[in-house]
Design a binder for this molecule. Structure first.
Ligand code: MN
Length: 227
C-alpha cells in the first residue's frame, strides 16, 4: 500500500497494568445523562439518550498540558465515566451489552459552551462546540478484570483544588448497558470504540493556567493543565 502522504498515526490510550495500548476507533458521547446536569442545562430530564461524537484524534491520552482552544470565551469541563469497548455489534441486547466492555476510564468532555449554545439556538450541529483539538483528555483504561462494572461511586472534578463537580454514577439516567444497547441501534459498534457517558452537575468555566483534576471511584483519576 502506498499513500499520497503519510497517514496519521493511530490514536491509542494507555491501559493500566499493561504495556499494550488500547487502539481507538470512534469516540461517542452521551448528552445530558445525569438529571441534575440536564436541569442546569435547562432540559427535560427524562428524554431518551442522544449521542454526539468527537474525533478520535481530539483525545489527549494520559492528560497533562492541554492547549486552551481558539474561538471560545467559555470553555467548560465535564468529567465523565468513559466506556472502552473490546467487542462490538449492532442491536446489542442490554443483557449482553456489558460483555462488550473492555474497561473504563476517566475522561473530560471539554466543551466550548458558547459555541454549543449558539448552535443549539440555531438548530445547528454541536461539532465545533465539542469536537475541537485536544477536547477529550482521557486517563488510562482500567480493564474490567480490575474495575468490574462500576454502577455507583463518586464522579468528581476539582479546578485549582476547589471541588466543582461531585456526582455519583448511580445518578446516571441511562446506565452503561442501556447506553451501549441504545447506541448500537443507530450504528454498529466495534472494538476500539469509546463512549463518554455524560456528566453530573457543576460544570463551570475554566481559564488558561487552571489545573483540572477529576476522578471516578474504582476507575482512576485524570489531571490536566490548560496552557
Ligand atoms: Mn458530556
Amino acid at each position: 500500500m502506498s499513500y499520497v502522504f503519510p497517514p496519521a498515526a493511530p490514536v491509542s490510550v494507555p491501559v493500566a497494568g499493561s504495556a499494550a495500548r488500547f487502539p481507538v476507533r470512534r469516540v461517542y458521547c452521551v448528552g445530558r445523562n445525569y438529571a441534575d446536569h440536564a436541569a442546569e442545562m435547562g432540559a427535560d430530564t427524562r428524554e431518551p439518550p442522544f449521542f454526539f461524537s468527537k474525533p478520535a484524534d481530539a483525545l489527549v491520552p494520559g492528560g497533562g498540558d492541554v492547549a486552551y482552544p481558539p474561538a471560545t470565551a467559555n470553555l467548560q469541563h465535564e468529567v465523565e465515566l468513559v466506556v472502552a469497548l473490546g467487542r462490538g455489534g449492532a442491536n446489542i441486547p442490554p443483557a449482553a451489552a456489558l460483555d462488550c466492555v473492555f474497561g473504563y476510564a476517566v475522561g473530560f468532555d471539554l466543551t466550548r459552551r458558547d459555541l454549543q449554545s449558539r448552535a443549539k439556538d440555531k438548530g445547528h450541529p454541536w461539532d465545533m462546540g465539542k469536537g475541537f483539538d485536544q477536547g477529550g483528555p482521557i486517563g488510562a483504561i482500567v480493564p474490567v478484570a480490575s474495575s468490574g462494572h462500576p454502577a455507583r461511586g463518586a464522579v468528581w472534578l476539582k479546578v485549582n483544588g476547589e471541588l466543582r463537580q461531585n456526582g455519583d454514577l448511580a445518578q446516571m439516567s441511562w446506565k452503561v448497558a442501556e447506553v451501549i444497547a441504545n447506541l448500537s441501534q443507530y450504528v454498529e459498534l466495534a472494538p476500539g470504540d469509546l463512549i463518554f457517558t455524560g456528566t453530573p452537575a457543576g460544570v463551570s468555566t475554566v481559564q488558561r493556567g487552571d489545573v483540572l483534576e477529576g476522578g471516578v471511584d474504582g476507575v482512576g483519576e485524570l489531571k490536566i493543565r490548560l496552557v
